[in-house]
Design a protein around this ligand. Structure first.
Ligand code: 1GP
Length: 221
């Protein structure tokens, strides 16, 4: 069971806040965002956060975010996009360009299922967010048995998700871990989702209510 903070390189964090995040109970940090993410702001936050003794992942949503010195990369494949570009196409392009210098051992592919239709990532990838329990179970089985992905990421960014749906997905997973992210605004919500997911990810709350964001990490103490 784990808790991660998602740090958006396009949003400001003070030195004091970075220190407080370091001293929180979280298991680690994922640097990732959708808008206005550049090589410069990604490097700025990566270099500040790399002093942590917690886990630190760089989630790649744009090629310019790739920092060669980063230790662990997360690569999201949007399983419920109808556009193959977001499932495999982008990665084939990147592999063509960077082969044979791709550090496969430092890359964790994430099978994203985006379930908030209003989220920017959902719009960008045209993800089919109108999924029923049977669909989400099918995606979970696809991730585990066909694609053999290490992580299925249920993404509700901006809104708190359906715990029942998360529970159904988790019930069919054995090897593949379930990470949940989206709309966690309190310690209570963090604890609730944490019952079903192997890891929860807290993003926007860091920028909306910093003190409450810190409290969400206490659930893994
Ligand atoms: C975003 O899933 C994360 O990718 C977290 O979502 O910003 O809504 O917490 P929030």
């Amino acid at each position: 069971m784990a808790h991660f903070f998602k740090i958006d390189p396009a949003k400001p964090l003070s030195e004091r806040e970075v220190e407080a995040l370091f001293h929180s109970s979280t298991d680690g940090f994922i640097i990732g965002g959708t808008d206005q993410v550049t090589a410069e702001n990604t490097a700025f936050y990566y270099e500040r956060l790399m002093e942590t003794d917690k886990q630190l992942f760089l989630e790649i949503s744009h090629a310019e975010m790739v920092l060669p010195y980063a230790d662990q990369f997360l690569v999201p494949m949007v399983l419920n996009s109808p556009d193959a570009k977001w499932v495999v196409g982008k990665f084939v392009e990147a592999l063509r360009e960077f082969s044979p210098h791709v550090p496969f051992k430092r890359i964790t592919p994430l099978g994203y299922v985006i379930l908030n239709a209003e989220a920017k990532a959902a719009k960008l990838t045209r993800a089919n967010a109108a999924l029923e329990k049977k669909d989400i179970t099918a995606y979970a089985e696809l991730a585990e048995h066909f694609l053999k992905l290490p992580v299925l990421y249920i993404e509700y960014s901006g809104t708190f998700g359906d715990t029942e749906l998360v529970r159904e997905a988790k019930a069919v997973l054995k090897e593949t871990k379930l990470w949940y992210g989206g709309g966690i605004k309190s310690r209570e919500q963090a604890a609730e989702m944490h019952e079903y997911a192997d890891a929860i990810v807290v993003g926007n709350l860091i920028y909306e209510n910093f003190e409450e964001a810190l409290k969400t990490a206490e659930i893994v103490r």
